[in-house]
Design a protein around this ligand. Structure first.
Ligand SMILES: Nc1ncnc2c1ncn2[C@@H]1O[C@H](COP(=O)(O)OP(=O)(O)OP(=O)(O)O)[C@@H](O)[C@H]1O
Ligand SMILES: [Mg+2]
Length: 280
């Protein structure tokens, strides 16, 4: 099985391996098609009975149409923390299982593949705004609660970093989308793990370097994707080529998402079966 995310410029299909796909970073301006690409990725694996999908969507609206096909959808910072802890525990358990059995790689016969989508990494790695708003509006907690909000940010970064390091061997693929995946927004440890880098439309050469890597800042022009070409992209880190590939993402309409969810929601593993825990 593989995931066809779009077409190359020569019209050949643009495919990613599935399962065992490397982690993916998606960057690009607002409205460039990041969430659209997340929809394509989810839509491509939704029909696989051996795949569980989890998501963090602090913008609330991007992933919710998929809710019935998602094992867990976190839409608040607290839910995101809960999911990160659950995923980290799952990955540790899987890693220990592999080690105990002398295995190097996950297999679907041990448990489902997991696609873990974070739509807006920047939101996830920001200071906990819910908590700050609560402190300010209630006037309770003061400096200590403020510190807590900042600590939560560091804890979340550490959890995600730990997940990213071990996930691939354990059947978990991470997809992180954000407008501007700079080191300030996405922790360096996490960025280096997201080895497939997709860049949708951006405004400057500096943004090209941030999205694809320093070496591409001069060789790929931000003008190479016109504002009218929705879903136009560059992708580097594909397992089958060392070169950047120019292409265009497929588009899944709202109606197609709804139809796919209706056809596949019965395949969704419950949080109890995936994480061995109660849903929140
Ligand atoms: N591959 C595509 N083909 C055709 N139209 C597309 C494609 N990708 C995106 N679009 C159009 O662009 C709009 C914005 O796309 P999308 O919501 O995915 O952007 P985004 O990068 O997630 O933006 P934001 O940063 O604001 O969340 C879509 O509503 C759709 O109309
Ligand atoms: Mg979006």
């Amino acid at each position: 099985m593989s995931i066809e995310i779009g077409r190359r410029f020569d019209n050949r299909p643009l495919v990613l391996p599935w399962p065992n796909c490397p982690h993916i970073q998606i960057g690009g301006e607002t409205g460039s098609g990041k969430s659209g690409l997340c929809n394509v990725l989810i839509g491509s694996v939704a029909a696989d009975p051996n795949t569980a999908i989890c998501g963090i969507d602090l913008k609330l609206v991007e992933l919710s149409p998929w809710a019935d096909r998602l094992t867990t959808l976190a839409t608040t910072a607290a839910e995101a923390d809960h999911l990160l802890v659950a995923l980290r525990d799952l990955i540790r358990e899987r890693a220990e299982f592999l080690q105990a059995n002398g295995l190097r790689r996950w297999d679907a016969k041990f448990g489902p593949w997991v696609l873990f989508i974070i739509d807006e990494l920047a939101e996830l790695q920001a200071v906990d705004a819910d908590k700050l708003a609560e402190v300010i509006s209630t006037g309770e907690g003061g400096p200590q609660a403020m510190r807590e909000a900042k600590n939560n940010q560091q804890i979340r970064t550490a959890l995600l970093g730990s997940i990213a390091r071990l996930a691939r061997f354990c059947g978990v693929t991470i997809v992180g989308a954000t407008q501007y995946p700079s080191a300030e927004v996405v922790d360096q440890q996490i960025r280096t793990q997201l080895t497939i880098k997709v860049m949708l439309r951006v405004a400057s050469g500096e943004q090209v370097a941030v999205c694809l890597g320093q070496g591409y800042g001069n060789s790929i022009s931000p003008k190479s994707i016109s504002p009218t070409e929705r879903g136009g992209l560059w992708i580097v880190g594909l397992p089958d080529t060392g070169k950047p590939v120019r292409g265009r993402a497929h588009w899944v309409s709202d109606g197609q998402v709804a139809a796919r969810v209706a056809a596949t929601s019965h395949l969704t593993p419950s949080p109890q079966t995936l994480f061995n825990e109660e849903p929140f």
